[in-house]
Design a protein around this ligand. Structure first.
Ligand SMILES: Nc1ncnc2c1ncn2[C@@H]1O[C@H](COP(=O)(O)OP(=O)(O)OP(=O)(O)O)[C@@H](O)[C@H]1O
Length: 468
């Protein structure tokens, strides 16, 4: 073969490669590219040869580029530089899109070791990147569905709660969890224990509202044999059982005053006496309490000891009611349906838009517990592949409209609508909703078209209202 034939032979080989190939000169100009490069980037060899390689705006080059005031050069051409291997980066194509690529850059040296150019191979990894993204999304989905130690939530309020749980778990200070019934107080108590160094030790729970005074005392502190009629044997109390671990006292507001005094002592000294015992028992227990009552109001009515309140209220965690975090409803619904599907033969896709609307509009006085129960009910009732509004419990079907209005008023606090002045009421509602006409309509209890008609009638300029 003569030189010409050899060159043609090599050209053929280069153009049969699946990977893009580009040779760059020390002044960063492109000397040659192969067919795969042309296909990947959209540039023809003719167009791109002679251009600066910076035309590709490759993010990997940002670290190798040396910029002076008026010139820029590539670090790869400096003595002692090594090749770049398997670098994941992006190249700007002719059509303005960025192509994810895997790049290798090998320095081409002459016999004296001086860099004469760089040979770059480019592998299109857009499919790999797409799959990566899919895996990432699925991971996030799995994570969201599992929740934080079983607590679902993607609102800012719940993310703050998760942060607080992690922080609280680092200390032994008493935690009080405050929130309406069904907001997940028990789940939070469990998460604090599971996040803490006590997680291998017992997690003991007791609902203070479930027992009368003497039974509660005996449950908490245990009793010795013969302490009272029927105490045939010694019984270990829950404080002792929780030794080394955490003790969750639910509905603490319901503990009678006499028990409150005893609880205060354990919190202060770590000691208590079992019923009928004269000797104190010492325990190392992390106390977590919860209530849905207003303890401050109970203190003023002398129903709760203020000193006990100070002791238990070291790290308060507030759980917002579901109506204040309605953005979580789709996540809760989808996850609970997913769980129900995995426990039964049925496969329900989800809620119809109308049913979801009802869910979003409902007040949820029983919070997540009520939502979970409502879904379980609808799941059983439905014979279709999705849950329709008429499969929902009646109170959710019925109350939505009225309660949505109330919710909106409550979420847009301080809204006082002028009663007799149609125009002023409309302006106030639009201001409150930041110009959202549908929400304003709901607040006023009228439909969107009426809002629009009234805006026209009174010449209301929405832009003005929003910027005022
Ligand atoms: N964020 C959440 N993610 C998943 N499930 C939740 C969540 N919050 C509550 N639940 C579920 O709702 C139900 C009630 O939760 P939990 O018992 O923790 O509430 P609570 O606030 O302690 O209620 P109560 O004050 O009535 O004792 C449970 O079935 C729980 O699993």
């Amino acid at each position: 073969m003569n030189i010409k034939e050899i060159n043609q032979y090599w050209e053929k080989i280069i153009n049969t490669m699946n990977d893009g190939l580009m040779v760059v000169a020390p002044d960063c100009s492109i000397l040659m590219v192969n067919s795969a490069f042309e296909q990947m980037t959209g540039y023809t060899s003719k167009e791109i040869t002679g251009q600066s390689c910076k035309i590709l705006e490759c993010d990997a080059c940002e670290s190798t580029l040396i910029k002076t005031d008026d010139t820029s050069s590539c670090r790869l051409f400096r003595p002692g530089q090594t090749d770049i291997k398997r670098c994941r980066c992006h190249a700007l194509c002719k059509d303005g899109t960025f192509l994810p690529i895997l790049k290798n850059a090998s320095i081409l040296r002459d016999d004296h070791g001086t860099a004469m150019g760089v040979v770059e191979t480019l592998t299109d990894i857009s499919e790999l990147t797409r799959l990566d993204r899919q895996v990432h999304q699925l991971e996030r989905q799995v994570h969201l569905e599992k929740g934080f130690y079983g607590i679902l939530g993607n609102s800012r309020a719940m993310r703050n709660v998760f942060d607080l749980i992690e922080k609280a778990a680092e200390s032994n200070a008493p935690v009080i969890i405050l929130g309406e019934s069904g907001t997940g107080k028990e789940l939070v108590a469990n998460a604090i224990h599971m996040c803490s160094s006590r997680k291998q030790q017992p997690f003991i729970k007791l609902n203070c509202a479930a027992l009368n005074e003497s039974l509660l005392e005996s449950e908490l502190f245990g009793h010795v044999k013969g302490a009272f009629t029927g105490a045939h044997t010694r019984r270990t109390g829950r404080f002792e059982a929780a030794h080394g671990g955490s003790f969750f006292l639910d509905e603490i507001g319901d503990a009678p005053l006499s028990i409150q005094t005893k609880l205060l002592r354990v919190l202060e000294s770590g000691q208590f006496e079992a019923v009928g015992d004269v000797n104190p028992t010492s325990v190392d227990v992390r106390i977590i309490t919860a209530t849905n009552q207003d303890l401050n109001a109970m203190i003023s009515r002398r129903l709760f000891r203020e000193d006990l309140f100070f002791r238990i209220n070291v790290i308060p965690i507030h759980l917002p009611p579901l109506r204040h975090r309605t953005e979580e409803i789709p996540l809760l619904v989808n996850t609970f349906i997913h769980r129900l599907n995995s426990q039964s033969e049925k496969t329900i896709i989800g809620l119809t838009p109308h049913a979801m609307e009802r869910f979003m509009a409902y007040e949820w006085p029983g919070n997540i517990r009520e939502l979970k129960n409502a879904l379980e009910y609808a799941y059983v009732i439905t014979e279709k592949d999705s849950i329709h509004a008429d499969h929902l419990p009646r109170q959710i079907q019925k109350k939505s409209k009225i309660t949505r209005q109330a919710t909106l008023k409550r979420t847009h606090k301080n809204i006082s609508l002028p009663r007799n002045n149609e125009k002023e009421a409309l302006v106030a509602a639009l201001k409150t909703t930041g110009g959202n006409q549908s929400q304003a309509a709901r607040i006023l209890g009228i439909n969107r078209v009426t809002v629009w008609n009234r805006m026209k009638k009174y010449g209301i300029d929405l832009q003005k209202i929003i910027t005022q």
